[in-house]
Design a protein around this ligand. Sequence first.
Ligand SMILES: [Zn+2]
Length: 340
Amino acid sequence: MKSGIKKVAVACNTCGADDAEFVTEGSEHEYTDTTDDVFTVVRCRACGLFYLNPRPDVSELKTIYPDSYYAYHLQKQAGTCENRRSPLYQARRFVYLSRLRKALRLCPDTVNPSVLDVGCADGRALNWYKQLPEIAVETYGVDFDEPAVARARQAGHRVFLGRFEEAEIPGEMFDLVVATHVIEHVADPKAFARKAFQVLKPGGIFLCETPNADAADARLFRNRHWGGYHFPRHWVLYTPQSLRRLAAEVGFEVVRLDFHPAPAFWNWTFHSLIGSLGPPGARGAMRHLADRLFPPVAFQENNLRNLLAVSLFTSVDLLIKAATGQTSNMAAVLRRPVYK
Ligand SMILES: [Zn+2]
């Protein structure tokens, strides 16, 4: 394992205050080849934003996103035929498309809407969007990974190369901008949200999915083990309240906040928890057990074992949602007002 990556101290990204309280600390547990460093989560006393401080420097992205990173893995396996027939893949596709349909109904153009997928990778979700039978979606993407962008373009999508915040994208172009679990990874999430505002048509919708640090499991495992920390890759974590604050700062109207199950977070929570148990000498064995029971990357594979685990964790989240109204996966439906 490597150690000592470059870090930067940061102030609150939403309100700019440099006055935060300690929440917890934690370290990488999902990958073995990134960093041994311990990272601290703080909470802004002024606006409630949770964030890593100091956080990794952007020059360390290659270190903290190894080649084995699960999202890259997801792209690779999506291409195989037997994978496309698997129940888990079909369930994921169904869930994505039903969320998209709901958002498209709110858009200025509901017949031929233009949709931008932020962090589109090789266009897996964009391919699904094209398959909606009742709507002709114009599919656009933006991503900084050149080989992935080339594959998405080959699949027939128009893709901007670069980081969303800096990419040259014409203003007021889209009916819908979708960013699924991206904003918590970026250095300047407020600039990210502003960019979404700029590229949306007036009345356009920004569908922004991100962890919810106020959920029951986030509170229960607040001290270190909550999977939503994803140390050290989640640099900001919102609550419903702090996400509303961000929306207001940028000029968005909050249409609604939805809460969806987050089975992967439960998997990461138990991986972190089990791996930390036992006397110091036995930690290696417990880490090994955690890798077998709650594999951080293989959890994304479409097989029977994962289907059962996803079903179980999803049921738990649906119970928590029934009891508390929230889960740890928050989907903000934001609108660029027509009058701005
Ligand atoms: Zn703040």
